[in-house]
Design a protein around this ligand. Structure first.
Ligand code: ZN
Ligand code: ZN
Length: 325
């Protein structure tokens, strides 16, 4: 009896550690951006309605933000399940691979800085500490974003990786929870990419700036990433088709641009892979700037709007090819 009680107690502790805490942490990080993004969305709706000589009323707000047709759809329920399962998988992977928790990438960055020193000689830079932090913050933002662009693009273009990534694209409606909708393999594959990028950034910065690299963080997020997320990070996965001014859309990904990425219309296929910066899409020929009347259709296929079962989502082959979308 005592053994059974201890076992249950242990089980509750594991669930707490591997599911409840990671999910709560993710949601509390997201909540920082919700208030500003909600305000931006309301202002946007106000301007849109004013153009049609209408006013924003309670019915408009309810339809835009509180529709149970969206929040409790089959697609959204898979998003919630993905959040729980991926949090569990990532928390378990982090426990298993202890180095992710103990700053392993920064330690391994010595290898990069030593290698740079062996080919280019010792660094002579001696910048003031504040300048060094500012430069590191910019480099970390740009390099991470560059890695994310290519990781995302490879997920689309490699046939086997597309089979994994297409779970994210099978969402037929978007809510901020769609951000977490991914096959666990995709979430785990991201770990070595993040690790490699962190190692490269830390090595590059400590060599070129002549001191240990440290970036400016707000609530654990890079300052520039934080700024972009405040502008519309939560609305990226939503039905609020918010576009930025045209000049800004060449620099930063707007919510409408990522919504185009989720559209299965042929004209929208393989466009807008960027996470924060749109310059990579612009540079590498995948930029698509939607106009205000653009219509998007979320999902994998124009002809098949059926949502996979949660079993098919995690274990099915899901073989819709990129060119069949
Ligand atoms: Zn994608
Ligand atoms: Zn997405």
């Amino acid at each position: 009896m005592q053994y059974a009680a201890e076992l249950i107690f242990e089980l509750v502790r594991v669930i707490e550690l591997l599911v409840i805490y990671p999910v709560a942490e993710i949601l509390s990080n997201e909540s920082v951006f919700i208030a500003t993004n909600l305000l931006i969305a309301v202002v946007f709706l106000h301007y849109k309605k004013r153009k049609q000589s209408k006013r924003v009323n309670w019915k408009t707000l309810k339809g835009a933000f509180l529709s149970t047709r969206i929040w409790w759809s089959k697609s959204s329920r898979i998003d919630y399940l993905s959040l729980i399962i991926n949090s569990f998988c990532l928390a378990s992977a982090a426990l298993l691979i202890d180095r992710y928790l103990s700053g392993g990438a920064v330690k391994d960055s010595l290898f990069v800085s030593n290698w740079l020193e062996s080919i280019a000689g010792p660094s002579e830079s001696d910048l003031p500490a504040q300048t060094s932090v500012a430069v590191t913050t910019i480099i970390a933002f740009v390099v991470f974003d560059f890695f994310n662009y290519w990781y995302h693009r490879v997920l689309h273009q490699h046939p086997y990786l597309w089979r994994i990534h297409n779970r994210h694209h099978s969402a037929t409606n978007l809510t901020p929870f769609t951000n977490f909708r991914a096959h666990p393999l995709e979430a785990i594959l991201r770990l070595p990419v993040t690790y490699f990028a962190s190692m490269l950034i830390a090595g590059l910065c400590s060599y070129s700036l002549g001191q240990q690299a440290s970036e400016m963080l707000i609530l654990g997020t890079n300052l520039f990433t934080f700024g972009v997320l405040l502008l519309g990070g939560t609305l990226v996965h939503s039905h609020i088709f918010l576009r930025f001014p045209r000049w800004l859309s060449y620099l930063i990904v707007s919510p409408a641009m990522h919504q185009v990425h989720h559209s299965c219309k042929p004209a929208h296929r393989n466009k807008n892979y960027g996470s924060n910066l749109a310059i990579w899409d612009w540079m590498f020929g995948t930029l698509y700037l939607p106009d205000s009347e653009e219509s998007v259709l979320f999902g994998l296929s124009q002809s098949n709007r059926a949502q996979p079962s949660s079993r098919a989502f995690f274990f099915g082959k899901n073989t819709i090819k990129q060119e069949e979308r």
